[in-house]
Ligand binder design. Sequence first.
Ligand SMILES: [Zn+2]
Length: 256
Amino acid sequence: MLIDTHCHLYHKQFDADMKAVLQRAASAGIKRVYLPAIDTESHERMLELAEKSGVLGITLHPMMGVHPCSVNENYELELAAAEKYLKEHSFCAIGEIGLDFYWDVTYRRQQIEVFERQINLAVEYKLPIVIHSRNSTDACLECVKPYAGKVTGIFHCFSGSYEQAVKVIDLGFYIGIGGVLTYKNSTLGDIIRQTGLSHVVLETDAPYLAPVPYRGKRNEPGYVRCVAEHLANVMNMTTEEVAEITTQNALRIYGE
Ligand SMILES: [Zn+2]
């Protein structure tokens, strides 16, 4: 059994062939797919898709949150909407939230505020958080630090150093590993070899960041198996061992 802990399966790119995508995921042994929210543009589409949970034996688990790239002058509206959804539906996590200093730093200050307010929501609702930390691993660690022990979660698509990985783990958080692991110049394999798998979960971030041999194409949840196979090579383990450990880790975070 494999879990895709981070997948934008409600993305328009899956409209045309959702059934085939789910069939391939089922054949690849994927049993759970976790759906990170972005903003009000896609919340409804995500919840509509989540109603298909259980089809082909794959359960779908929506999160709620405001993505850092969706933080602009309207951030209060987005936050209010997210809070309303949280009151009216049940979600597996607050995500994806965090900081993105790669695409745009215009709203840097607001991104930090929105991130902190959503960490507080996670504490209030007793939910884990799923963190987007592009070019901002240290800043995200700083935001999370005061909440150590009160909240846990995943640094999704982890792109930091070994030292930063150790800090993530010391705070009780987990490292989300996807297609980037399979890219030629990635140092992720070396980092995970040193940290071990006790705090690692698998993800695709589909439709983005497809693993080798699909690099450059649309990513999909079934490809989490490619990540597991690659990680097995890195760790000198069987794919089944990697699947077992990372599945247990994901269930520890998100609940059974
Ligand atoms: Zn994402």
